[in-house]
Design a protein around this ligand. Sequence first.
Ligand code: HEM
Length: 327
Amino acid sequence: MSKEINHKLAKLQKKYSSIGQDMNSYLEGLLYTNPLSYWDYINLETLLSLQRPKTDFPDEEIFIVYHQITELYFKLIIKEITTICNNGKVVSDIGEDKGWKKTLSTNDFIEHLKRINNYFKALISSFDIMIEGMERSQFLKFRMSLLPASGFQSYQYRIIELMSTDLINLVEKNYRKKLSKSSDLDKFKKIYWMKGSVELKTGKKTLMLKNFEKKYSKLFIKTYQNYKKNNLFKKYNALKKKDQKNEVLINQLKLYDLNVNVEWPLVHYKSAVKYLSMPDKDIIATGGTNWKKYMPPKFQKRIFFPNLWTETEKENWGKNWVLSNFK
Ligand code: HEM
């Protein structure tokens, strides 16, 4: 047996004994393990079986796949935010140093933000792929069989927000000042997205919202509690003054703010206009929500990092002026 193999066996022995396991049994297992294939490794067949249209309209599948792609990107984004917020700590079952970093430098912060921004860039630039590829006439028919479901119920989208900033920055804009010192519960009650999920006519909660709250309220509260002291906004503000002035970092944070709170909402809103807008009367969205008054970023004015923008930029949030000034 070569020196190299003996060395690896000694390392394996150390690894398994550190977790109270018998290396020999694991080696025995290796004798019978099949070589790995690509399709098994990425669960390809399962992945391709996850599109189950409700109707026979061919474009419904495009709609499903594109939502799934978006959710996978959201998953990657949450992974990067988690790394930043937890200082790059990796929890491993095996008490062995895997060579991963245990602390997060400002450069690491920047690198993870760049990844997040790249993911959002892909989502922003690809939205048109779905729009161009999907016929309005088909969409208007199959969407009726999807009621009362809506992309509004993407829980990952809300998790991204809760991990990115303080709760007060997610409160509906007209209540931010008034509720700045109020309890968390009062702030949650006025979180901006409640406004987008009430019936236009009656002001009552839609079924879509009731279902969403029933399923995910606990998760949202838990996420908020886990990240209220170390969300991205807090992470930045806790840096040394010198690091807070790092221009690359500031630019990446601002780009992220624009990506999540202006650019993506704008391409998304454009799709709603294309599919739901009519010259005389708009088509009612899920559960009769007031989507035209709710969705445009200039109405919501969600800003994750308010201290990085000037008062004029905040006033003009969601308008082309801010975008063209940043680029
Ligand atoms: C043809 C494409 C689309 C149309 C027409 C559309 C339409 C709408 C409308 C009208 C709303 C407001 C709530 C409602 O009444 O349902 C909404 C919310 C939402 N949709 Fe979409 N949507 C589309 C694609 C997508 C995709 C691909 C995603 C990706 C996950 C998505 C995620 C969301 C999210 C996260 C919200 C909540 C936004 C917020 O609270 O500001 N939508 N959508």
